[in-house]
Design a protein around this ligand. Structure first.
Ligand SMILES: Nc1nc(=O)c2c([nH]1)NC[C@@H]1CN(c3ccc(C(=O)N[C@@H](CCC(=O)O)C(=O)O)cc3)C=[N+]21
Length: 281
């Protein structure tokens, strides 16, 4: 059984990005990422902290907007607009989820697709589906990199994605399809979830329920990717997969922490460089 080391693989990617950033800098091209956070969702705060560290490491400037919970839609839209117009800013990331009184779709739609380093704008989603160039959403793109760089072949494999969110499940299915996997997407209305999961050569789990998937959902020798991240009462992290039960049955598995999480951030850094190279002045 192989433990897929997301920390190590994300480090490799960050080092590649760091080199590219240095080359661009030598040509006088600096990169900046704007991160807009409204309120203080604790999971988002961890992410923001790790992202700032990654920006420092690779040499990208991060510009933070930490807005109060009571921020209005108009105020938020004005900041997005300002970032769109600022030629110094190459990437814009609005931390999700936004507080309930704000319209997430309207905000994401307002981000200039040329700065959409999260890959959430409908233009980015469309490009991903058609297979054209464009920003790929960081978490699913990170999963593909984990598989490729661990020597897991996707072509022709039976891939099962559990979860159909816009940020993970749906784009994950699309990216696996692009790699010529045979893809099934499961969700809360799926009948016989267990039986479908047991068909998977590659099982990607993104349901948001701690330790939901145990060994009875997994075929012998399958590759299991756990996108979930939860914190229990003792402040210990776990995923959607019951790692201790599932790991012995797999040929490869990602841990939580140290699996998919760090890859999300590495791919964000990669998208920022891509933005500068494609659209920067
Ligand atoms: N617009 C937007 N884009 C996002 O990509 C986005 C977001 N909003 N909102 C919040 C979620 C969550 N997310 C994480 C990414 C990395 C870790 C991460 O680095 N995890 C580490 C350590 C976690 C820890 O130490 O607590 C690990 O799994 O090993 C966690 C969470 C990105 N998100």
């Amino acid at each position: 059984m192989q433990i897929i080391d997301g920390k190590k693989i994300s480090q490799e990617i960050k080092d590649e990005v760091k080199e590219e950033v240095a080359q661009l800098k030598a040509e006088g091209k600096d990169i900046a990422l704007a991160v807009i956070q409204v309120g203080a969702d604790p999971a988002s705060s961890v992410y923001v902290r790790n992202k700032k560290r990654a920006c420092e490491y690779v040499g990208i400037e991060s510009i933070s907007y930490e807005l109060p919970e009571e921020t209005t839609q108009e105020e938020l839209m004005a900041i997005v607009d300002k970032c769109n117009k600022d030629p110094k800013i190459n990437g814009i990331l609005v931390q999700l989820p936004l507080p309930k009184h704000l319209d997430e779709d309207e905000v994401l739609l307002a981000i200039d697709p040329k700065k959409d380093v999260d890959g959430f704008h409908p233009v980015s989603v469309g490009n991903m589906v058609i297979g054209e160039k464009g920003f790929l959403p960081c978490t699913p793109a990170g999963v593909i990199q984990l598989l490729k760089r661990s020597g897991v072949e996707i072509d022709g494999k039976e891939c099962v994605v559990v979860g159909r969110s816009n940020i993970v499940g749906k784009p994950m299915a699309m990216l696996l399809l692009r790699e010529n996997g045979t893809v099934t997407v499961c969700h809360s209305h799926t009948k016989d979830l267990k039986e479908v999961c047991k068909r998977a050569d590659i099982l990607v789990v993104a349901i948001g329920k701690p330790k939901f998937i145990d060994d009875s959902y997994v075929k012998d020798g399958a590759v299991v990717i756990d996108v979930g991240i939860h914190r229990n009462e003792n402040n210990k992290l776990c995923g959607d997969v019951d790692y201790d039960k599932v790991a012995p049955k797999t040929s490869a598995i990602t841990p939580v922490p140290g699996g998919v999480g760090p890859m999300t951030i590495a791919m964000l850094m990669k998208n920022c460089v891509e933005s500068k190279k494609l659209f920067g002045e």
